[in-house]
Write a protein that binds this ligand. Structure first.
Ligand code: SAM
Ligand code: SF4
Ligand code: F3S
Length: 470
């Protein structure tokens, strides 16, 4: 694809702002704002998309509610990565038949990754007739036009064509909280890991222009955001599709020049193309958090090959060693899948032994879930679920023991944290994060939210540290 075919032209974007005005005018006679309930599932990329939906809705005059029963518009912004996530969405869609019965004018929309799967949109078309609007991630930028069409025609609208994917700049965003922000630096994925649905629903890799990313981060820092996470399915591919020689490490180094008190994080980083240059740049840049999310998925070379991950266990270990060498104290986290089709117990135990060998600070652990349309879903999968669960429990046992011991080691220390919000815990009402993104629950006043402070760690468990302002 040529760059000019990827970028949505300004005129097309401007026409969406006109559709926003049109929808706003439809509700102008009402005394109160119309209410939208936006329910987002899945990864941070989807959270960022949900914030854009809310930005466009705000322009259309909507206010927000968490209660689908009182909403004029309900949007389910969905995730397709595992079967369980999809089942939850179908469950929620079922519940919405009742809210629609109570309020027949209510509009129900399904968007996000599930909406982009032909299997799902066909099922919704045939069996979930109370759903008025279905659109995939490719159509997100034209949501105002699609919603306007639903209101004007009173008919169901589906916008789910398979596409390469595009880049739309300048969509308004509603962010939560004022301390943490998500910034997509690229969209899509070209890696086709054999188990994964993401490349099928999010299209090919597209990098945003570095100037747009820099401007957005600068605005966020100036607005007081303190913890900014750069997002991409694999940030190490950033720049491959740009017409200049420029990579993710170059982007990090330029962002680091923005003055202010803030931290930059990023995710995810695929081990196959994580470079020494990236780690050297992280080490050198004061604003870049010394935290690395480097998903390994499996500790066995045969399984890694079947997963189409394109690195070996030895190469993974070498990368982590190098990163730790140039960044002593680096916090390393990862994603891992147990029970890939054909995986044996011995192979799963290779994964457990890799976890022991690396000593991760935290792990996101998943049992393999077949995704129709992916290569792995066609493979024989003889191991029973109960057997996979046993391997999975073993993995959790090892990681939980490690996390608990690691956390206990912090008790008595003084750490610098960013207070990022309320915790919901009566005794430790504030939530904060260390530079390595470790959760610390705190005593103290809400006025501390948004500040970097020193805290004394007074307690810990497997999942969090507890402390008081020092
Ligand atoms: N692009 C990121 C990367 O490669 O690190 C990950 C994106 S994916 C949304 C997040 C995690 O979900 C993956 O790292 C993988 O561990 C897990 N995952 C993806 N597909 C899965 C499947 N079919 N079954 C179980 N877990 C899966
Ligand atoms: Fe999925 Fe692999 Fe792409 Fe990550 S890199 S989104 S796991 S295909
Ligand atoms: Fe994210 Fe789920 Fe889509 S993990 S990219 S929302 S399939």
């Amino acid at each position: 694809m040529k760059r000019e075919d990827v970028l949505i032209p300004e005129a097309a974007l401007a026409s969406q702002r006109e559709f926003e005005d049109k929808v706003r005018a439809m509700f102008a006679a009402r005394e109160a704002h119309p209410l939208a309930c936006v329910d987002t599932f899945g990864c941070q990329q989807n959270v960022a998309d949900g914030q854009k939906l809310m930005g466009m809705l705000e322009r259309m005059g909507f206010a927000f509610t968490g209660e689908p029963g009182e909403a004029d518009l309900v949007i389910l912004n969905t995730c397709a990565v595992r079967e369980h996530a999809e089942q939850r969405v179908f469950g929620n869609l079922g519940i919405l038949t009742h809210t629609k019965k109570e309020n027949p004018a209510q509009i129900i929309a399904l968007c996000g990754c599930m909406a982009q799967e032909p299997r799902v949109s066909q099922r919704v078309r045939a069996s979930y007739r109370h759903v008025d609007l279905v659109f995939g991630p490719h159509a997100l930028w034209k949501f105002p036009e699609l919603l306007c069409r639903v209101y004007e025609t009173g008919k169901r609208v589906f916008s789910v064509d398979e596409e390469h994917g595009s880049i739309a700049e300048g969509i308004p965003v509603v962010r939560e909280g004022g301390v943490k922000a998500w910034v997509s630096v690229m969209y899509g994925c070209n890696n086709f890991c054999s188990y994964c649905i993401v490349p099928y629903v999010r299209g090919r890799e597209r990098s945003r222009d570095p100037r747009c990313v820099l401007e957005e981060v600068r605005e966020l820092v100036e607005a007081g955001y303190r913890d900014i996470t750069l997002l991409g399915q694999n940030v190490n591919s950033y720049g491959n599709d740009l017409e200049i020689a420029y990579d993710f490490a170059d982007l990090l180094a330029e962002i680091d020049q923005i003055p202010g008190e803030y931290l930059i994080r990023f995710m995810s980083s695929h081990p196959k193309d994580a470079t020494k240059k990236l780690f050297d740049t992280m080490a050198r840049c004061g604003h870049v958090a010394k935290q690395l999310h480097l998903p390994f998925q499996s500790g066995n070379d045969r399984v890694l090959r079947e997963m189409n991950r394109r690195y070996t266990r030895a190469q993974y270990l070498e990368l982590v060693n190098y990163a730790r060498q140039v960044m002593p104290g680096l916090v390393v986290t990862s994603d891992v899948i147990i029970g890939f089709p054909g995986e044996t117990e011995a192979e799963a135990m290779d994964t457990v032994s890799l976890v022991e060998e690396v000593g991760f600070d935290a792990l996101f652990t998943f049992i393999y879930s077949p995704r129709p349309g992916t290569k792995a879903a066609e493979l024989p999968d003889p191991a029973p679920r109960a057997e996979k669960q046993k391997w999975f429990d073993r993995l959790l046992e090892v990681q939980n023991a490690r996390s608990a011991a690691l956390h206990a080691g912090y008790v008595g220390q003084v750490l610098r944290v960013l207070v990022d919000g309320k915790s919901g815990d009566g005794d430790f009402p504030l939530s904060s994060r260390t530079e390595g993104n470790r959760l610390v629950r705190l005593t103290g006043d809400e006025k501390l939210i948004g500040q970097f402070i020193n805290v004394r760690i007074t307690g810990s468990n497997t999942w969090a540290l507890y402390g008081e302002p020092a």
